[in-house]
Design a protein around this ligand. Structure first.
Ligand code: GLN
Length: 244
């Protein structure tokens, strides 16, 4: 089970978001505190973020552990964004080891703001294959189980990010009752997350909204999200939690 985090709010550097917190995503790559499946997240990482220069987000993904990438450490202090989705990976058995399997996946129309999607968990590809459009899967460039989930989300984006994630989790959960489906997605102005088999915590304060697999410090303000929930955060910082 990987770990992921999203930020929505005042611009933050990737360093402030991922590196500086005592138990931020960098630390979680080698010492997660709440991870039930797997002990380290050393099979790559990815960071996606929106900037003012264009509609679509940028992505930086690598197949190495986050702690081993000195170039990421160098740029993290100067890259600043109001909306970030980042993940560190513990590859599920039998999945590809390359960076194309690392979240966040990029969805949405090519000329729009796009959607970044991360998946903590595992699904049986055989159960999903009949549901997935092969062209959508090919466009994602990976055969990792998370890409099958992403292809299903892509097909449902017309109903909006919130409904797309809710529908996909329910549908996949129906076809694969053993699936673990913590999804985290953003479109630059909204963040949506699901809990379906793993942990998730949220914090909203003057720094913005953090939606994370686990708290990045022991400070106040973190709230644990119950399993089988749908979390939505809008640009004004309003956070809602619904049952899934
Ligand atoms: N199944 C996904 C992968 O292999 C996610 C793994 C995880 O959450 N640990 O990358």
């Amino acid at each position: 089970m990987c770990r992921h985090v999203a930020h929505l709010g005042p611009a933050t550097t990737l360093e402030q978001l991922l590196v500086d917190p005592a138990h931020g995503l960098l630390r979680q790559s080698w010492a997660p505190r709440r991870q039930a499946h797997g002990v380290v997240n050393a099979d790559g990482f990815g960071v996606g973020f929106w900037g003012p220069e264009r509609a679509a987000p940028a992505r930086y993904r690598r197949a190495v552990p986050m702690w081993a990438d000195a170039s990421f450490a160098s740029l993290a202090g100067v890259v600043r964004s109001t909306c970030v989705v980042a993940a560190v990976r513990s590859a599920s058995a039998g999945t590809p080891p390359d960076e194309s399997a690392c979240a966040p996946f990029l969805l949405g129309a090519a000329d729009g703001p796009g959607v970044l999607l991360s998946h903590n968990g595992r699904v049986r590809v055989e159960a999903l294959a009949p549901l997935v459009d092969s062209a959508a899967l090919a466009a994602l460039g990976s055969t990792v189980d998370s890409a099958y989930v992403a292809a299903l989300v892509q097909a449902r984006l017309g109903s909006g990010l919130r409904d797309a994630l809710a529908d996909v989790v329910r549908e996949v959960g129906h076809h694969d009752p053993s699936a673990r489906l913590n999804l985290l997605a953003a479109d630059g102005t909204t963040v949506v997350a699901t809990t379906w088999g793993d942990t998730l915590s949220t914090r909203v304060d003057e720094r913005g909204a953090s939606i994370a697999s686990e708290p990045d410090d022991d400070g106040p303000g973190w709230h644990d999200v119950p399993d089988h929930s749908l979390v939505t955060v809008t640009a004004d910082g309003t956070l809602t939690v619904e049952d899934l």
